[in-house]
Design a protein around this ligand. Structure first.
Ligand SMILES: [Ca+2]
Ligand SMILES: [Ca+2]
Length: 290
């Protein structure tokens, strides 16, 4: 039934074309992620660790079993459920992160009805000063990948820099498990404004939350519950009504098949914190019982 639903969606782009009611022998859909389609992180301090490898990617399937680091700007994960996520009234799905007060590492969320065409979900920083559309970054593989080494990058705005090593992560930051063993990694998307600052009162760097619309972001909705499901806490909430195309024009989506999250900041926070890297710690669909 689940794949029939998918085929119906591809054929008609309409949930009304498919009967998804459950019969007596049907175990029903799962509200948790059913499959990771692709994990392609950017270099980062957690890459090649238990939070940044293929096993960690599988860990976000089926519940809340751990967190997956996406590395620096552009690094992403694509996942799906065993059913279409429908555009119901209000929140349609939630994404879990490891944000807390002063530790927001916002990731942008995109959705796709078919795995080919993608739409971005708008957030509070659309149009804000410092938000860059069509930002592209290219990372270059370091000469050695036995141990940690700074990873150079350049961007399409004339910027250059490195993903710098931090003392307490000594493994290589370059993802060593990607198909084809790429020597360069390039990512494109919307870059959000830097959000870190030094807190005199806290004697530490803080990464301030944006208002709404991002993953791994300590926004006001983070500890809210959706419906009566306590599993929806500690998450960011997403509504397909906020989908836009590449030109920023709103699109009407009745249902989607896949979700992509990518790190949306290119920011070095300071010693002891390192680069900003979004974590995805699972996701939950509000359509599983529909
Ligand atoms: Ca909705
Ligand atoms: Ca985080």
């Amino acid at each position: 039934m689940r794949y029939n639903s998918f085929v119906c969606a591809l054929a008609a782009l309409s949930v009304t074309a498919c009967n998804t009611e459950h019969g007596p022998d049907d175990p029903g859909n799962s509200k948790w992620i059913s499959r990771v389609v692709e994990y392609r992180p950017a270099p980062g301090q957690f890459i090649n660790t238990f939070q940044g490898n293929a096993t960690a990617a599988e860990g976000i399937v089926g519940g809340r079993n751990g967190c997956l680091s996406l590395g620096g700007f552009g690094g992403y994960v694509i996942f799906e459920f065993d059913h279409e996520v429908r555009n119901i009234d209000g929140t349609d799905f939630v994404i879990f992160g490891n944000a807390f007060d002063g530790n927001s590492e916002p990731g942008i969320v995109e959705v796709s009805p078919d795995g080919n065409v993608w739409y971005r979900l708008q957030g509070s920083e659309d149009g804000a000063a410092g938000t860059l559309q069509d930002y592209t970054i290219a990372y270059t593989k370091p000469a050695q990948t036995e141990t940690a080494e700074d990873v150079p990058w350049s961007d399409n705005r004339g910027g250059r820099g490195t993903v710098r090593t931090v003392t307490y992560h000594t493994q290589p930051y370059w993802p060593l498990f990607l198909p084809g063993n790429p020597q360069e990694l390039s990512f494109s998307g919307v870059r959000l404004p830097d959000n870190s600052s030094w807190s005199e009162s806290g004697n530490k760097y803080v990464q301030t939350a944006f208002a709404w619309g991002y993953a791994d972001n300590w926004s006001a909705d983070y500890n809210e519950m959706v419906g009566n499901d306590p599993d929806t806490r500690a998450s960011n909430k997403f509504d397909l009504d906020n989908a836009v195309d590449r030109d920023g024009n709103p699109v009407v989506l009745t249902a989607i098949r896949q979700i992509k999250v990518y790190t949306a900041l290119n920011q070095w926070v300071g010693n002891g914190v390192g680069e900003t890297s979004t974590e995805v710690c699972g996701a939950l669909s509000l359509s599983a019982d529909l």
